[in-house]
Design a protein around this ligand. Sequence first.
Ligand SMILES: *Cc1c(COP(=O)(O)O)cnc(C)c1O
Length: 397
Amino acid sequence: MKISQRALSLTTSPIRRLGPYALEAEKAGKKVYHLNIGQPDIETPAQFMDAIRSFDKKVVAYGPSQGDPKLIAQVQKYYEAWGMHYEAKNIYITNGGSEALELAALALCDPGDEILVFEPFYANYNSFAKISGAHVKAVPTHAENGYRLPDAATVEQYVSAKTRAILLTNPGNPTGVVYTKEEMDMVAGIVKKHGLALIADEVYREFVYDGAYTSFGTYEDLADNVIIIDSVSKRYSACGARIGCLISKNDEFTSQINKFCQARLCVPEVEQIGAAALYDTPKSYLEAVNEEYKKRRDTIAAGLAAIPGVISSDPKGAFYVMVKLPVDDAEKFAIWMLKDFSDNGETVMIAPGNGFYATEGKGIDEARLAYVLNCSDLKRAIELLGKGLSQYPGKKN
Ligand SMILES: *Cc1c(COP(=O)(O)O)cnc(C)c1O
């Protein structure tokens, strides 16, 4: 049996790679604080379970390929509250935001095409691009200036005849950066000028801690270019439900998406019923969650600021912060923390930064921290990180 080049070109998840070391540490009785994964500890709203418990159909049947009309109507209503008007035909329910990203790449790209991303970026973007035969082309951003976007002229140097789309996460994973109006206008200008698609991954839209948030969906003159990626995973702490959506006002594009959706028949019926109920969660739920994450953000930012030699992004959204560490190699440091370090039987696990870069050799001394722990655990985790950094043999001054 021969394996495809496409399969061979994919890589295993850099975030999951250190899993065995953590298991080993936990088996040895160490308590490991997990700052490595973006799995929120917040409870899924009861509406989800209640809706699923009351499911009483006799047959779990195929549903429409586009998605359950009730869920689509709920998504429409949610966007109305954001001042964004979509018709039902603009919305395709998908197996998480992940499938929406994959379908967007499949519908836009041919082999050899390029998708522009700003690195560091969400590692799975590599796989979504490669599955479509394309690859990501990374525009660098830097820890030293808080991973802000470069100017238009710099970004345009990365646009070629093969560029099909700009793909970005706002608020950002792994950086926690929320783009300014100027940055968004800059991206919008390039998209318009070169006739590209703008794949706006806004799954963290509700997680913004300092001021207002603007969606790329509000750029009226980009209505034909913008593809919104959304999901209930992070918003309602329902990652396992696997319900997301793709939204676009470009009928030519969505008619292609429709064909992919038909080929996979439909998205799970029961989870769609649960997800539809999630959209009835009172706004106070999202506000309380936002409040909690803001406290965590403040806790982790203060903790990091107190560790000598650490340069941190200025996290304003999502629940991540990207840090540059005073070490030779953040992956070695992460493994050392699990294998060799402990303080009162405790240690911390971080995600090495190199997995969030496409450019070879970048991100070697960086790491992503997910603040998905309560404030007191978070404080302790950052204390452990500081202690580890002061004892690590490969530290740099
Ligand atoms: C979590 C995440 C997704 C997708 O999650 P789903 O569970 O598939 O909805 C997409 N983009 C980013 C940046 C994420 O962090």
